[in-house]
Design a protein around this ligand. Structure first.
Ligand code: NAD
Length: 347
């Protein structure tokens, strides 16, 4: 099945299904890491034809999504005499996708790249929409560019080797989409196990369709696209407090969604029963839903370090019931603190 992402001259197709034959009349560099390469490179190479194919490997892990690895990739491209007609293929999870896209955005002022995501999180979220970038010592994703891929190929066979925790982290992003945009999709997720291939394919398709719809309306996150950050304002603080080592990104987002829900309850946007439904769905996939906030004031203060919070004005992305969202600004600090205390009590 094919989903179009409609962005005028930057439009592209997202193909979901068995990886088909890929033919390119250019030089191609596959950017990957040793884990993905070891598991799946043969499969990719057997589908790929190009003038010349190079494989550039970077270390595995979020800590390597940095400028040093960008230099490493660019040096390789120059050494192999890549030019403006060459193509990069991102072959891995969101880390590989983000760094490859960024290299494609800046190599000789921009070349084409395609995404072949191999984690659930990158299949439903990171590979679609053209946000690329790397981290530095000031924070995550602070250096980057909007650069849309030429195509995205999503093959669920890659997920067969994905650790269960990584799978669940991807499910958290799927649930996020449903809660924000689509009650019917949420009902489907309540009824259907994503451990079954058919259901998984349908859920990926729906999540990608929703993301494509959002990105088509707001490519550069001036409005609607911010809704995809449901759970992230809280999640980023959790990731930072735990030094990015306790939770996977999707897990921190899952906890963050619960925290956002308590604020939505406090503001009368979400019923307690609806929160329970969301919580139950997250728990079905062992996505963590609790977190020991040691000091609510201190937690609150850290919102202001988020690059999406302009000075003194935190933007909260909250559910308005299930399937709708509301962006709320200027919430009284005391109400936020109260909601965090209720989150801690689980009431
Ligand atoms: P990841 O890329 O680190 O992959 C997670 C782990 O799974 C890694 O160890 C990886 O080597 C391994 N892996 C990948 N494919 C595998 C497979 N098929 N079988 C077994 N193991 C496999 O993490 P992720 O969760 O895919 O992505 C997180 C990153 O994505 C973060 O850097 C985040 O900032 C970024 N992100 C970007 C966007 C965007 O719009 N650009 C959106 C969401 C997240």
């Amino acid at each position: 099945m094919v989903i179009n992402i409609d962005l005028d001259d930057k439009s592209y197709e997202i193909t979901i299904g068995n990886l088909s034959k890929l033919n390119f009349n250019t030089k191609v560099a596959i950017i990957t890491n040793p884990k993905v390469s070891g598991l799946w490179m043969q499969k990719l190479l057997s589908s790929l034809q190009a003038k010349e194919v190079y494989i550039i490997t970077i270390n595995d892990g979020e800590q390597y999504k940095n400028m040093q690895m960008v230099e490493h990739i660019l040096d390789n491209l120059f050494n192999h005499r890549f030019d403006r007609n060459s193509l990069l293929i991102a072959f891995g999870g969101g880390v590989i996708g983000d760094i490859t896209g960024f290299c494609a955005a800046i190599f000789q002022r921009g070349i084409e790249f395609i995404q072949i995501p191999t984690t659930l999180l990158s299949q439903v979220d990171a590979s679609v929409g053209g946000k690329t970038g790397v981290n530095n010592r000031f924070g995550k994703n602070l250096i980057g560019a909007f650069h849309q891929p030429k195509a995205v190929y999503i093959d669920t066979q890659f997920l067969s080797t994905l650790p269960k925790r990584e799978f669940s982290a991807g499910v958290a992003e799927i649930i996020k989409m449903a809660v924000m945009f689509d009650k019917e999709f949420f009902n489907f997720l309540q009824k259907s196990s994503l451990y079954e291939e058919n259901n998984l394919q349908l859920a990926i398709k729906k999540a990608v369709e929703l993301k494509a719809w959002v990105v088509a309306q707001d490519e550069k996150e001036k409005g609607l696209r911010a809704v995809l950050n449901y759970g992230h304002t809280f999640g980023h603080v959790i990731e930072k407090q735990t030094a990015y080592s306790t939770y996977l990104h999707g897990e921190a987002v899952g906890i963050g969604m619960m925290m956002a829900n308590y604020l939505a309850i406090e503001l009368g946007l979400l019923a307690k029963e609806q929160n329970k439904e969301i919580k139950k769905l997250l728990q079905t996939y062992q996505i963590p839903i609790s977190y020991d906030i040691k000091n609510v004031e201190n937690f609150y203060d850290q919102f202001f370090f988020d690059k999406k919070s302009s000075q003194n004005s935190i933007k909260f992305i909250l559910p308005q019931g299930i399937g709708q969202h509301k962006i709320v600004q200027g919430v009284d600090k005391e109400r936020v603190l109260t909601s965090m205390k209720n989150f801690l009590k689980g009431s």
